[in-house]
Design a protein around this ligand. Sequence first.
Ligand code: NOJ
Length: 520
Amino acid sequence: MLWLSPIYPSPQDDAGYDISDYRDIDPTFGSMEEFDALLAAVHERGMKLVMDLVVNHTSDEHPWFVESRASKDNPMRDWYWWRPAREGMNAGDPGAEPNNWGSIFSGPAWELDDNTGEYYLHLFSRKQPDLNWENSEVRQAIYSMMRWWLDRGVDGYRMDVINFISKDTNLPNGHVRDGGLSGDAMPHFVDGPRIHEFLQEMHREVFAGREGLITVGEMPGVTIEEARLYTDPARNELDMVFQFEHVQVDHGATFWDPRPLRLRDLKTILGRWQAGLAEVGWNSLYWNNHDQPRVVSRFGDDGAHRVHAAKMLGTVLHLHRGTPYVYQGEELGMTNAPFDSIEDFRDIQSLNHFAEAVSTGADPKAVLAALRVRSRDNARTPMQWDDTENAGFTTGTPWIAVNPNYKVINAQAEMADDDSVFHHYRRLIELRHTEPVVAHGDFHMLFTDHDQVYAFTRRYGSTELLVLANFSGHPTTIEVPDADRWQGTEVVIANYPVDATENLRDLTLRPFEGRVYRLR
Ligand code: NOJ
């Protein structure tokens, strides 16, 4: 399946997550005709295409918002969250916002609209006003748009921050103003009071009676207990959710405070999600997307061990139970970018944070250092197709610089090399398709307290898998549990040559080694 990030008309304030027309294609990406041709070509190959559904908010240039802001008695006024200044204060005064919520992209979550003297809510940028899902006309307009794309042939939706759509209508203060994805105000809009009702209604109105579709809800802050409800097939809500716990494992006090990975924390988190959705519900599996720094730089090594690390990380992820997602370039082992100065960044979240932090006295060098590690732009440099100018991505000027390592890391080179990260990913996908235990097997974590080793078993009927991985650049020696049972069994995928006579009671895993044994 192919998931496309938003390609709809957009002022591109937030890389297309600010949509001004839900029923067209932005000329940056092509035309509706080209979209239809793409969809047909995807289907011809037996693949499916999933669109990004961004309906927590629209662009402030969407006609709905243009209407809504026009006057207080406009019929569409209630389609968004409009509120007067806090009682006893004048609109525009510092602190007069209707509540103290912070935007996830810095600053307050409220913007004063001079036209009517009221504020509107925007959890993201001020150009992304939040839709009011309490209003049934809003919901029906969205469902109708969703049916329109399904009628065109698309195969489902990745739903942007879909667990934010039901807010506590009292809009209570958080304890402190806090933006970011671990924000203090989050309990007032994450997994809100009507969220399950809305998703069940959406299912009835949009998906019921249609076959072969897929839905995945992006859900910052979602708990396992909630995820089980969202993905329980009997409840008719979603097929799976994107949870965030494992990609927050290296956050310190805030989103912008990176700290080194503690492998045992990662295992605790992913192990809990595996167990939590074992009986009911379903996991999605991901290291990367357009919001995350590149995993090989983040949890692996983008220097001397890059190829081994990228393959090991792919192996560990793809051998979990759930649906794996591969983000463009991950299958090549693409790395974070060598951003030099703030001028090199494009992402609104990064730019806003830099401006706010520096204006409140932070050292620009320190802020930049955090951006280099955390910024979403790390994932957004152009796809590296070949070693020609701009990595073969464009003959024009890309909106953000190409990662200079494209001369070495590119699709053309990797397709020609059977030992590449690319071919390793193909083998992982093939293994999932040919070996039912990968998709269906149970999951049991091993070495939970080990600082370097990530290991687990999978079992389905009489087939078992043992996954062994070294998450460090140093060799590490382990005694494999049940070593005698595994001794001499077949290694089905590995990123180093494996010597079948190695003693599993005293096994040394090489830097970023990952291998999978199969027992029948
Ligand atoms: C999540 C998307 O993945 C991210 O890129 C975007 O900025 C926010 N939602 C707001 O739409």
